[in-house]
Design a protein around this ligand. Sequence first.
Ligand code: GDP
Ligand code: IMO
Ligand code: MG
Length: 429
Amino acid sequence: MPVTVVVGTQWGDEGKAKIIDLLSREHSHVVRYQGGHNAGHTVVVGDEKYALQLVPSGVLYDHVTPIIGNGVVVDLPTLFREVEALESRGVSCARLRVSSRAHLIFPWHQAHDALTEAGRGDDKIGTTLKGIGPAYADKARRVGIRVGEVHDAVVFADTVRRRAKEENSTLAALGGAPLDVEAIAAQFNDLARRIAPYVADTVNELHDALEDGADILLEGAQATFLDIDHGTYPYVTSSNPVSGGACAGTGLGPRDITRVVGIAKAYTTRVGSGPLPTELVGADGEPDMLGRALIDIGHEYGTVTGRRRRTGWLDLVMLRHAARVNSLTEIALTKLDVLDTFDEVKVCTDYRLDGNILRGYPDRSEVLAAVEPVYATLPGWKSSLRGAGTFSALAPNARALVDLVERNVGVPVTMVGTGPERGDCVVRG
Ligand code: GDP
Ligand code: IMO
Ligand code: MG
């Protein structure tokens, strides 16, 4: 009865969905445990590309029960758009379950997100503007509305109306326009009716399934360094993507978890603000030639917002910290093929500050912004990794990079990404 967690080890978009898709073959349930539609999880199957925001990536398999766990914040309009788009492409969402304990996102959360970001001027977090932070704030303030409340239509409508009125005062204080309370109440009345058949006590269902021998996969969104506690605060999201968050966000216990797969891109990307020590930028802050190559070859544009991702070399200080914080049992190193044409590849092995090598990962973004990366330089392999069927078929210089990661981080690299498509992955025997 194994439970596997898949967690991002960097700043998101590591290729989690592709690995989840691969692992879904041997799992009966795939459960999102935090975040919301700020996530953009891409699975490529032949000519078909699926960009998922809320529906768990395992949905593409008929044998998988996709579950939106209690730790997720759910935007119902997005969820139904996604479900309709999937079903129109022949992917059934009939098995989807949504936790009654999950919190709902409302239009005032998005308005609040936009106004707060605008109010920060040059000091923006660079959020996805999906209302994620305000929705989690309401959950923490104990004024959130949970999915399970849709079962009583009258009480639900009253609560939505009351909260919408209260939030209009908050929005006014932030300089925003009031929202149309009755229009929101009507919209959510309809959405509540539509979501009701999917709502379940997923905590009990997951435990029952475990007892019946299920293999459960917990799908992380965002990543370790976007975690509200362990990330580069305040340039983080508002949930706990780390593997510990998978327990709180699903109701499974720490001893249920048997495997933690950390997803690491073979270089680093970040969308939004905050320090990125290995960033490949010129003095003008724009990507330099190599940074540009990573953007172009790796198609580093956000799935959700279309924003260009910032790029830099692989950072093993981050991976060592991610290994500690998440109890990683293994690493999947993705997008190694993006480096195919590089003459040489750099990997940051340490941070130097004021002439000293730092022990451990800095606990403050100000310190992280001041560190100087120490690099190991490896020769490139100058050949295509695509189509390699086995680890030993990879170019020797590519294997040397994988070995360096494994030795330096102290965690086995069990999978290597060699292209965007479903089959483009070498699983190490
Ligand atoms: P996630 O948020 O971690 O699931 O990652 P995203 O889907 O946002 O971004 C990863 C992007 O890289 C997607 O466009 C994937 O199709 C693509 N991708 C995933 N793994 C690989 C790989 O090994 N090689 C290449 N070239 N692309 C990959
Ligand atoms: P996946 O699951 C990359 C970033 C935003 C911003 C910060 C806070 O696809 O890896 P938020 O809207 O969450 O309040 O924004 O977090 N961010 C992501 N970056 N991948 C994601 O998800 C992200 N989700 C949020 O860009 O910097
Ligand atoms: Mg993504």
